[in-house]
Design a protein around this ligand. Structure first.
Ligand code: CA
Length: 526
């Protein structure tokens, strides 16, 4: 058996730890290229001390203190979370504001994709009939109807990719007048207006719920409403909204509800079917980036490649959103310094302060973020995880902030404030208008959404090999020395244009892996 060459990766010259890159880790007694001998067995992606660290001494990765030694750590030791005390969160005062001179970023021109141009100017990457729901009560009925629509109607409309019921847990049994209820309500509203749905909004309502259709989608909220909506069967001339109400007296028996939904769906399918892809500039991409099931490689391979790709997208004039409050909170000074204006920095601070207070109300803090899998994957705490997560934002200036559930209204690199929960983050990025999703994972997650294509990026070659029919890109080649961050970043950029054009399907699309929409509801339920 050949003994593999020991590989370690140090992120910054000032770091006093490196991570082990070899599959399966390295045994005690291994001599590293530097001459250092491992004192302990160090698992893959876990840290090794490069020098003696005294009790109370700083453990530095990404040139940032990720912890303080609880006892002396000799050089060559495995540095795991039980040896570290986590640094306190940076206070949200006295931060550097818009201090970083933006790097030279020449425009990237000539890149296009084939997309569906909507009346409001947005561009879809898929052509989907979405069925909006005011309340969870109707979800079973809509599911039933969606199965029938797929089996009986969809084959007649070959240009329509899919039919999706936008089911959720909100709508009733909630304190709908609480100030924070604005978040789930505007999230649902903006999701139903996602560019992939072509402006064809149809709503299924129960009738007695708190979230009435006109509260969900008040007059004027659907852009460019035209006469076609008013002409819909069963809709009064005053209401531009296409609503099927299950409690309507006209419904006698379950099948009459299904018939109503199918009749309305067919009108929308006809119009969606008439849509055609056209060549649009890459600037029409609205990409949401996030990570889940992270390990210590996330911040070494996949996330830096995403960051490089983020810079390419920004140079091409596109919109890129990075999110996950608790995973960027520890890098707040990096973010505020990269803001294009003090107003953008202030908006970021405001979102972070709101989230600090939200966590505080639940008597936890940002350290509640890390999972057992993160720690098994070598991430000692949220500071280390955050430093690896934040690199997804690349180096472009941050030009805007999107509050939870709001729609992005500008191009460039945006901070979309969302929880780090994969499903809640994805749901809020959908509301913000995302038409393409990039998701990096180290431990491995089969995450997917019905509403937009999700490109999944593995941080390690071992994962990419085992999950060969779930991972779209293997960024582990960076750690293996087979590709550079730039190579993988460009590969990602090109794959995005292919996927956005519908020429390629992601693995999650191929297998129809669809995670639920999960609303962020910080308001009370009743
Ligand atoms: Ca996440």
């Amino acid at each position: 058996m050949t003994v593999p060459t020991p590989l370690t990766i140090r992120m910054h010259a000032a770091d006093n730890v490196a991570i082990v890159a070899n599959d399966g880790g390295l045994p005690a007694g291994t001599v590293l290229a530097s001459g250092l001998t491992l004192v302990d067995k160090v698992p893959q992606a876990h840290k090794v001390a490069l020098e003696d660290i005294a009790e109370g001494g700083v453990v530095r990765r990404y040139n940032v203190p990720i912890g303080y030694a609880l006892k002396p750590i000799p050089a060559g030791s495995w540095v795991h979370e039980r040896l570290l005390q986590m640094p306190a969160a940076r206070e949200l005062v006295g931060l550097p504001i818009a201090t970083v001179k933006p790097p030279e970023m020449p425009p990237l021109e000539g890149y296009t994709f084939e997309g569906y141009r909507n009346l409001d100017g947005s561009v879809g990457t898929r052509n989907i009939l979405a069925i909006t729901q005011t309340v969870q009560c109707v979800a079973g009925v809509v599911d039933f109807a969606v199965q029938r629509i797929k089996a009986e109607l969809l084959p007649k409309y070959p240009n329509v990719d899919d039919v999706v019921g936008l089911s959720h847990s909100y709508g009733c049994g909630v304190a709908i007048d609480a100030p924070d209820a604005v978040i789930p309500i505007r999230t649902l509203r903006n999701i139903s207006l996602n560019p992939n749905f072509g402006g064809e909004v149809m709503v299924i309502s129960l009738g007695c719920e708190k979230l009435q259709p006109e509260r969900l989608l008040p007059p004027g909220s659907i852009p460019l409403v035209d006469e076609r909506n008013v002409a819909d069967v069963g809709v009064s001339a005053e209401s531009p909204l296409d609503v099927v109400c299950l409690q309507d007296n006209a419904h006698v028996g379950f099948m009459s509800m299904i018939d109503s939904i199918m009749r309305q769906a067919e009108e929308h399918l006809e119009r969606l079917n008439a849509r055609r892809r056209e060549t649009v500039p890459a600037s029409e991409l609205v990409v949401g980036v996030q990570c889940g099931g992270s390990d210590a490689f996330s911040g070494v391979t996949a996330n830096p490649a995403v960051g490089f790709c983020t810079d390419l997208l920004v140079r091409a004039g596109a919109t890129v959103m990075f999110s996950e409050v608790t995973e960027v909170r520890d890098g707040i000074d990096q973010l505020t310094s990269r803001a294009t204006t003090p107003a953008v920095a202030d908006a970021m601070i405001r979102e972070m302060a709101w989230y600090d207070a939200y966590l505080d109300r639940g008597r936890v803090d940002r350290s509640a973020n890390t999972t057992p899998g993160n720690k098994k994957g070598g991430l000692s705490n949220i500071v280390e995880k955050a430093m690896g997560s934040i690199v997804k934002s690349g180096s472009a200036p941050i030009s805007g902030v999107v509050a939870p559930g709001e729609k992005a209204s500008q191009k460039g690199l945006l901070y979309a404030a969302t929880p780090a929960s994969d499903f809640i983050c994805g749901t809020l990025q959908l509301a913000a208008g995302m038409n393409l999703h990039v998701f990096t994972t180290g431990r491995g997650t089969p995450y997917g959404l019905a509403e937009v294509p999700v490109i999944k990026v593995a941080t390690r070659s071992d994962l990419a090999r085992r999950w060969h029919d779930l991972m779209d890109i293997n960024a582990g080649r960076i750690a293996d020395g087979e590709a550079s961050i730039e190579d993988v970043g460009w590969e990602m950029f090109r794959l995005m244009l292919e996927v956005a054009s519908g020429r390629k399907k992601t693995w999650a699309e191929h297998w129809k892996l669809h995670n639920a929409l999960v609303l962020f509801n910080p308001a009370p339920v009743t």
